[in-house]
Design a protein around this ligand. Structure first.
Ligand code: SAM
Length: 257
């Protein structure tokens, strides 16, 4: 399995969870960006129901819940992340209105029109943006909001190396114009889109990983999976440094019609 051609899904999940559980968040983002996205959402009260899908250990969920009234449910596939999520919620005294549960984004445990806000940072790609925005819509009340981040191209053309990396990792990556049109077609009014600043990838993600990589490699010395995982993450960080003018994460915020 070469690093160039394998996706992260090929690696051993337990090891991946241990690696990513050791950093504050599992994808690019920042508290400032979470709050900026939240500033476009204007329907929340203490009775609101919020879901954070693919929440990981809840870095962004805790920021969200500290600034949004109502009950928040975080959902993630991996029990290890959810255990940490609930520990983090308790440490912030949010446990009475913030709960993490194990579940899958393709089989969500909500009723139709139950939710006021669906949040998802760096996770909707697991089922694909277009499928996700269409399937999750029914769980939102009319006038409810969707706020998700998604890898997007900033230009119509780009160098071959980064084009083929992303087409292999996530073929659904596309331009902001195409994603916004998909959101509208799915039955949302596009309320805002904005590009996540560079430090969401660097200081808040790759720098945090660099700080734990040597210890991880020492702990799992000789383990091919651990070595491939770190090599893949370093390669991804290097590609970002080289090609950040061409792609990044974009926040898409829509209101259900
Ligand atoms: N939202 C977190 C953040 O921004 O730090 C985590 C982002 S991480 C890149 C993607 C998350 O999606 C991981 O926590 C992963 O376990 C979760 N995930 C992957 N497939 C999933 C599925 N089918 N249902 C729910 N969560 C899933």
């Amino acid at each position: 399995m070469s690093n160039e051609n394998s996706s992260i899904h090929d690696f051993d999940f337990d090891l991946i969870c241990e690696y990513f559980a050791s950093i504050d968040r599992q994808g690019p983002g920042s508290p400032e960006v979470t709050l900026k996205a939240l500033s476009f959402v204007d329907n929340l009260t203490e009775h609101s129901r919020i879901a954070d899908i693919g929440c990981g250990t809840g870095g962004q969920t805790m920021v969200l819940a500290q600034h949004a009234p109502g009950e928040t449910t975080g959902i993630d596939l991996f029990p290890r992340f959810i255990n940490l999520f609930n520990t983090n919620a308790a440490a912030l005294n949010l446990q009475h209105r913030v709960k993490g549960i194990v579940g899958s984004m393709d089989n969500l445990p909500f009723q139709d029109e139950e939710l006021d806000l669906i949040w998802s940072e760096g996770a909707i790609y697991n089922i694909g943006f277009e499928r996700g925005v269409n399937e999750w819509r029914r769980f939102l009340k009319s006038g409810g909001y969707l706020a998700v981040t998604e890898a997007s191209w900033f230009t119509d053309e780009r160098p071959e190396e980064i084009d083929s990396f992303w087409k292999n990792a996530y073929p659904e990556i596309d331009t902001i114009a195409v994603k916004t049109a998909q959101l509208q077609k799915a039955g949302y009014v596009p309320v805002a889109t904005f590009i996540l600043p560079e430090e969401c990838w660097t200081d808040h993600f790759y720098v945090q990983q660099a700080a734990v990589q040597d210890n991880f490699l020492t702990k799992y010395a000789g383990n091919a999976t651990a070595e491939e995982l770190v090599a893949y993450q370093r390669h991804e960080a290097e590609l970002y440094r080289k090609y950040k003018a061409y792609y990044g994460y974009v926040f898409y915020i829509g209101r259900k019609i």
